[in-house]
Design a protein around this ligand. Structure first.
Ligand code: ATP
Ligand code: LTN
Length: 337
């Protein structure tokens, strides 16, 4: 399936909540475009999701729904691999080996850890601290050249690069040093309830995000309530008009146009008219994805086959890397001279 002349991309997404339009515009939509030009590997990272508490039955349902939503968005199983992280044990195993080559100091600097640990009080899981090393393992197992993610993951991709370079230096060249890829628009969609904060699928305020599963009336209502400002004019200014600028960015993503084009279309509208336009554009963009999602969820055996076949293919690539690393580290090689 993979073409030797093409570079490799890998990306992951957590089944920590139903996907939002930020996950779609910031990540999944880019994957769909990139899969034509790269050997593409996508992973529903369930091991990452349990770094914060999850209800087992909910995690199980969400994991399969997340996979279906990725396929419904246009990931083509003929071109790309899509599997659950927990199906390929090499992810956990390489994570341990990399843990022993990573430093507490560099991990303690991770802003996502600092932000997420605040919410956990005195029950912060060790896994939450270790999250970026598992992410490095995900990436490095597949000789990944490019990692398409949203802006919030820059620091984690940088850490994966540092871990790869250090390992290559301490042992001998082993890992490909990956590069981050950030889409032009939509790489940082903000919360509708607080445009100072990024839109996040695990936000406790359901008005903060639009889910990819949300029906048209819910979408229209959430946009109606979106926080803006006390002016009346629609124009783009990321400093002064965070709420409106975020809506313009969402509109441009949903319509597939640039922000200046979106601004030109919407200038002169009242805030109420503008919000209605954004809602309609988003609902129109999600409509066909929701139809495909329902169809995929109604054929579980076919969906499971895609995930299992992909996991088999991923496992064979990942195990090769893992064996190479174990050998370099000095684990005993049976049958060697
Ligand atoms: P959680 O709230 O559980 O941390 P999340 O919504 O931040 O989840 P992730 O699963 O961590 O989403 O990220 C999946 C992908 O979506 C990543 O590539 C990430 O960069 C991208 N992404 C997440 N939030 C945004 C956002 N607000 N704008 C653009 N891209 C985003
Ligand atoms: N931490 C990522 C999800 C993720 C990921 C990866 C992304 C886990 N492993 C490997 C790219 C490559 C996030 O988006 N929050």
């Amino acid at each position: 399936m993979f073409d030797k002349d093409k570079k490799i991309i890998f990306s992951g997404i957590q089944p920590s909540g139903d996907f939002t339009i930020a996950n779609y515009f910031g990540a999944i939509r880019n994957w769909v475009l990139l899969q034509n030009d790269y050997n593409s590997i996508f992973c529903v990272v369930d091991l990452h999701a349990i770094t914060v508490p999850q209800e087992p039955a909910v995690l199980r349902r969400r994991s399969i729904e997340c996979a279906a939503m990725i396929l419904a968005s246009g990931i083509d199983p003929e071109k790309s691999l899509l599997f659950f992280q927990s199906s390929v044990s090499a992810h956990s195993e390489l994570c341990w080996l990399l843990n022993c080559n990573s430093y507490m100091g560099e991990m303690a600097r991770m802003t996502q850890y600092k932000e997420k640990s605040v919410k956990q009080g005195d029950t912060i899981r060790v896994g939450l601290f270790d999250y970026p090393v598992l992410m490095a393992a995900d990436i490095l197992l597949y000789n990944t050249d490019i990692v398409p993610v949203g802006d919030d993951q820059t620091q984690h991709v940088e850490l994966a690069r540092n871990i790869a370079e250090r390992f290559n230096h301490n042992y001998s060249p082993t890992f490909v040093v990956p590069e981050g890829y950030y889409g032009k628009a939509g790489s940082r969609i903000m919360s509708l309830a607080n445009p100072e904060k990024k839109m996040s699928k695990s936000d406790e305020n359901t008005n903060a995000f639009i889910l990819m599963k949300d029906k048209r009336d819910v979408i229209m209502n959430k946009f109606k309530r979106a926080v803006t400002d006390s002016e009346t004019e629609v124009y783009y200014d990321k400093e002064k008009k965070k709420g409106i600028s975020n809506l313009l960015e969402i509109y441009s993503c949903a319509k597939g146009i640039t922000i200046p084009e979106a601004e030109a279309e919407c200038r002169g509208m009242s805030y109420a008219e503008f919000k209605e336009c954004v809602g309609t554009a988003v609902a129109d963009c999600l409509d066909p994805i929701q139809v495909r999602f329902e169809a995929l969820m109604n054929d579980k055996p076919a969906l499971e086959k895609i995930l299992m076949d992909s996991a088999d293919a991923a496992r064979s690539i990942a195990n090769k890397t893992l064996r190479k690393v174990q050998k370099k580290i000095g684990f005993y090689q049976f049958g060697s001279k």
